[in-house]
Design a protein around this ligand. Structure first.
Ligand SMILES: [Zn+2]
Length: 275
C-alpha cells in the first residue's frame, strides 16, 4: 500500500514551498493531538490522521501541508501519562502566527484539516482572529466528523476504535499493534457518555475522559482494514477539496473573498472588496 503523498512543508526546500504557496495562494494547515489511545495505537494517532488527510488535500490543490505541531488541546487525557496538551491560548497563538507567515508567501486561502474534537473551539476562534487581522479566508474541515459521517457503521466515532485504527493504517500501518491492546471500556456505556458531549444544543464540557472510558478507550479496532482505510482517506480528501473549493468560490463571487495585502501594498484579493 503506498504511503500518502509527501506534501509536508518542512520536508520541502524553500524555493519549492514558495512556488507552491504563491501559485496556489492556498495552504493546508494540520491540527492533531498527542494523547493516549490505549496500547494498540500511538499517542500521535490524531496528529497522524490529520496529516494523512492534509497531505492528500494538499496534493489535490498542488500546495503544502503546514503542521501546527503535533500537540493539540487534550487536557482531559492528561490522567494518562504521555499525553501532551496545549493551553487553548497557545494553540490559538500558533495558528495566528503561522497564518501571518503564510500571508507573506502570498497565501490568501487556508484549509484547516483537524482530527480532534478538543481543538475545534480553539481553531474556530483562532481562524476568526487570523481572518480579521490578515484578510485571509479560512475554512475548517473536521475530518473525523466527515469520515464517520460517510461510513457511520464502519467508521465508529469511539475513541481508539475502528475509525482511528483505520486512520493510522492509512498513515503508517506499522504503528498499529492490536496484539498490545489494553483493556477496552464498555462500548455501549462509552457511546452514551460520549454522545452527551457531542450534542449540538445542550452539552457538558469535557473535564476528564475517564467519564467516557475508565480504561481510556472503547470501540472495535479489529474492524479496521488497511485497504479500506486507504480508500476512505482518499474519499475524505476529495470531499474536503470539493467543499472548500465551493465555499471559497461562493465567498469570492459574493465579494467576501480574501483581502490580503501583499508586502504592505494594495490588496490582491479576488473579490469585489479587493478592487
Ligand atoms: Zn484520537
Amino acid at each position: 500500500m503506498p504511503r500518502h503523498p509527501d506534501r509536508q512543508l518542512e520536508r520541502m526546500s524553500q524555493p519549492v514551498a514558495a512556488r507552491l504557496l504563491s501559485a496556489s495562494r492556498t495552504a493546508v494547515l494540520v491540527a492533531g493531538s498527542v494523547e493516549q489511545h490505549g496500547g494498540h495505537l500511538p499517542l500521535g494517532t490524531d496528529a497522524f490522521a490529520a496529516m494523512s488527510i492534509a497531505e492528500r488535500v494538499a496534493e489535490r490543490l498542488d500546495t503544502a501541508a503546514v503542521s501546527l505541531g503535533p500537540v493539540g488541546v487534550a487536557h482531559y487525557h492528561l490522567g494518562w501519562a504521555g499525553t501532551l496538551s496545549l493551553r487553548p491560548d497557545t494553540m490559538r497563538a500558533v495558528l495566528v502566527d503561522v497564518a501571518e507567515s503564510l500571508t507573506r508567501a502570498g497565501v490568501e486561502r487556508v484549509i484547516v484539516v483537524n482530527w480532534h474534537e478538543g481543538n475545534s473551539s480553539t481553531l474556530r476562534g483562532a481562524a476568526d482572529e487570523a481572518q480579521r487581522r490578515f484578510g485571509l479566508r479560512i475554512v475548517v474541515a473536521e475530518t473525523h466528523v466527515i469520515t464517520h459521517g460517510k461510513h457511520p457503521e464502519e467508521m465508529e466515532f469511539t475513541h481508539a476504535g475502528s475509525m482511528e485504527t483505520a486512520a493510522v493504517l492509512a498513515y503508517e500501518p506499522g504503528l498499529v499493534h492490536l496484539e498490545h491492546a489494553t483493556e477496552a471500556s464498555d462500548r455501549a456505556a462509552g457511546e452514551v457518555a460520549h454522545g452527551l458531549y457531542r450534542r449540538p444544543d445542550v452539552y457538558p464540557v469535557m473535564a476528564d475522559f475517564h467519564v467516557v472510558a475508565p480504561t481510556g478507550w472503547y470501540g472495535r479496532p479489529e474492524l479496521a482494514d488497511a485497504g479500506r482505510a486507504e480508500q476512505i482517506a482518499e474519499e475524505v480528501a476529495d470531499y474536503v477539496v470539493a467543499r472548500a473549493t465551493e465555499i471559497f468560490a461562493a465567498l469570492e463571487a459574493s465579494g467576501h473573498g480574501p483581502t490580503v495585502p501583499m508586502n504592505g501594498g494594495e490588496p490582491v484579493g479576488h473579490g469585489a472588496r479587493a478592487q
